[in-house]
Design a protein around this ligand. Structure first.
Ligand SMILES: [Mg+2]
Length: 202
């Protein structure tokens, strides 16, 4: 399926002042990049990396872009992120792209280890209230300070049969008209959506 044009179709929800933003992770959420190729052809290369897109990526982006503002926040470097984004998102679609530079290093006092955190309160300056921010990431610890905003996805490491994104798109739609996304229990989102799918519909 071709990527949608960067002209967003009219959508009544755009008139709402409280449009929600999806803050998407890149690695192991939307793509998997590795130095050694898998047994199948890569989708594209970035520097030394063979990059594999998560199955259904283009239709996922097309679908969520109709309802949400989209942004990327990756703990990877800026140059790598820019090159991946250029390949997978239509030009001009993302509200912002943040890389490792915007991440915070925090110490876990129980283990003594340092971890990388994506602090969502930094998005206030972009005009988004925490109640309207949904973060999608395969690493829950990145949002250790804002679990209420997080939808954790299964890690993608190249499985061509992976079907997480269509399921995720369906779940995200259910959050569209929620007043405060932080008040919704999201840990069992996958089972919740799976149980709503009529038999025979993939
Ligand atoms: Mg990740």
């Amino acid at each position: 399926m071709p990527l949608m044009s960067n002209v967003r179709p009219h959508n009544p929800s755009m008139d709402s002042p409280a449009r929600k933003v999806l803050v998407l992770d890149l690695d192991e959420t939307l793509v998997h990049a590795r130095e050694l190729p898998l047994e199948r052809d890569e989708d594209f290369r970035v520097g030394p990396y063979f990059v594999y897109q998560r199955p259904h990526l283009a239709s996922f982006i097309g679908s969520v872009a109709e309802d949400f503002d989209l942004a990327v926040w990756t703990a990877s470097g800026e140059t790598y992120a820019a090159q991946v984004i250029e390949r997978i998102f239509p030009v001009g679609l993302l509200k912002f792209v943040w890389s490792s530079r915007r991440c915070t290093t925090a110490r876990d006092w129980t283990t003594g280890h340092y971890t990388t955190i994506k602090n969502l309160s930094k998005l206030k300056k972009q005009g988004y209230r925490l109640e309207n921010i949904i973060a999608v990431d395969d690493t829950a610890s990145k949002y250790a300070r804002s679990y209420g905003n997080l939808v954790t996805v299964r890690e993608f490491v190249g499985d061509p049969a992976d079907a997480e994104l269509p399921l995720l798109a369906r779940y995200l739609r259910s959050l569209l008209h929620v007043d405060n996304v932080r008040s919704i229990e999201k840990r069992h989102w996958r089972q919740q959506v799976a149980s709503e799918v009529p038999a025979g519909v993939a």
